[in-house]
Design a binder for this molecule. Structure first.
Ligand SMILES: [Zn+2]
Length: 136
């Protein structure tokens, strides 16, 4: 159920290319503001906390908790394998990420459930950031 082929894939931009390059290596990185230390997602030109421009791509824990979720039973486009869990994850570092939960039995789904990043290969260039439930 974790294969993701035949779906529209992200098109890295100049701003997001470092994120996707790290994801391709199985690492989750976020922009961290050089002035205030705020982590942000999605990639932005300015800090969403203090509006300063300088930032550093920083590897983050990949751990967080389930902030919200829904189960999708109707494929939005051909290629999506249904059902799947569309989720918002709150990372330990703060940002919320819209994502897909993989290997997610519905009886274990609960707001605040612990999750960790679990990349899912979609193409040679794109390793999608997905998440899975953890025990701790
Ligand atoms: Zn800042």
């Amino acid at each position: 159920m974790t294969a993701m082929t035949g779906i529209p894939l992200p098109q890295p931009t100049e701003l997001s290319r470092p994120f996707w390059a790290a994801a391709n290596e199985g690492r989750l990185v976020l922009q961290r503001c050089d002035a205030c230390g705020h982590h942000r997602w999605t990639p932005q030109i300015l800090c969403t906390n203090c509006l300063v421009e300088p930032f550093t791509w920083t590897e983050v824990s990949g751990r967080g908790k389930l902030y919200s979720y829904t189960i999708v039973y109707r494929a939005p486009l051909a290629g999506f394998e249904i059902p799947y869990v569309l989720a918002v994850v709150e990372l330990e570092e703060g940002p919320l990420m819209l994502t897909r939960l993989v290997d997610a039995p519905t009886e274990r789904l609960a707001v605040d459930a612990p999750v960790e990043v679990a990349f899912t290969r979609a193409s040679e260039e794109i390793n999608l950031y997905t998440f899975r439930l953890t025990d701790a």
